[in-house]
Design a binder for this molecule. Structure first.
Ligand code: ATP
Length: 224
C-alpha cells in the first residue's frame, strides 16, 4: 500500500477540518479528491506531506508513519513524493534548467553529466525540452505546470500529490495537463489529485473520493 489512513483527523491549529478519514491507495492507482472550496482538500494534502501534524488516527505513506514523523524526517518523506501545486511554485529568478538542478542538488546530486541527463529525461517526458534555458515568466501557465510536473518526477516519486494542478489553467490547457498526468499514471506512477473541475473528471474517469461534511466517501461515477 502506498497510502493507508485509518480514522485520521485533519486539524488546522485547534480546528478539526476533517474526521474519521479512512482510505487506502495502491501502487498504480489514480485517485481524485474532490470537494467544495474550504472542504479541506489542501489541509488533507498538507497532512500527507508533513506540513500539518497528524494528531489523531493512523496514517502510513510511502513507508512513513505520519503520527511518528519527526521534523528531520520530513525532507526524506518529501523525496519519495512528487508534489504539484495550483500555482506551480517555480523559482522565478532562474531558468528551467536551474530550477531542476536546484532540486537535484538539494537531494545530494553532484555529478554534472548525471544532472544534465536526468533533467533532459524528465523534460522530454513532459515535452518541454525546448524550454531548458527559459525563465518561468517566459512560459505560459500550462508550460509552467509541465515544468513543475517534471520537477516532481525528478526523484522517481512513489506517489504524486497534485493539489488542484489545473486550478489556474483554462479548460483547454487543463485537458492537456490532465492527459499528461494520465500518461504518467499509465506508465505506472501513483497519483492523488485534488480538483473541483467536475467536467475534467468526467472526461478522465478515475476513482473519486469526495470531502463533504468533514469526512470522505467514494463517489460512483456515472459513465455516459
Ligand atoms: N492556516 C490556517 N489556519 C487556520 N485555519 C485554516 C488555515 N488554512 C485553512 N484553514 C481552514 O481549514 C478549512 C479547510 O481549508 P482548505 O484550504 O484545506 O480547504 P480546500 O478544500 O483546500 O479549499 P480551497 O479549494 O479554497 O483551497 C477551512 O475552513 C479554512 O478556513
Amino acid at each position: 500500500m502506498i497510502l493507508e489512513l485509518e480514522d485520521v483527523s485533519v486539524t488546522q491549529r485547534e480546528k478539526v477540518v476533517l474526521t474519521n478519514i479512512s482510505l487506502s491507495i495502491r501502487e498504480g492507482d489514480f485517485v481524485y479528491l474532490i470537494g467544495k472550496t474550504g472542504s479541506g482538500k489542501s489541509s488533507f494534502m498538507k497532512t500527507l506531506y508533513g506540513d500539518l501534524p497528524l494528531l489523531e488516527g493512523d496514517g502510513k505513506i510511502v513507508g512513513f508513519e505520519l503520527k511518528k514523523l519527526r521534523e528531520r524526517q520530513i525532507p526524506h518523506l518529501r523525496r519519495k513524493l512528487g508534489i504539484v501545486f495550483q500555482d506551480f511554485k517555480l523559482l522565478n529568478d532562474r531558468t528551467v534548467r536551474k530550477n531542476l538542478t536546484f532540486t537535484l542538488k538539494a537531494v545530494g546530486w553532484r555529478d554534472k553529466v548525471e544532472i544534465r541527463e536526468r533533467i533532459d529525461e524528465v523534460l522530454e517526458s513532459v515535452n518541454m525540452l525546448r524550454s531548458l534555458d527559459k525563465y518561468p515568466h517566459q512560459l505560459s501557465g500550462g508550460e509552467q505546470q509541465r515544468i513543475a510536473i517534471a520537477r516532481a518526477l525528478l526523484n522517481e516519486p512513489e506517489l504524486i500529490l497534485a493539489d488542484e494542478p489545473t486550478g489556474n489553467l483554462d479548460p483547454h490547457t487543463s485537458v492537456e495537463i490532465m492527459e499528461l498526468l494520465q500518461q504518467i499514471n499509465n506508465s505506472g506512477r501513483t497519483i492523488l489529485m485534488s480538483t473541483h473541475d467536475y467536467p475534467l473528471i468526467s472526461k478522465f474517469p478515475n476513482k473519486t473520493l469526495k470531502l463533504d461534511g468533514k469526512t470522505i466517501y467514494e463517489v460512483v461515477q456515472k459513465y455516459r
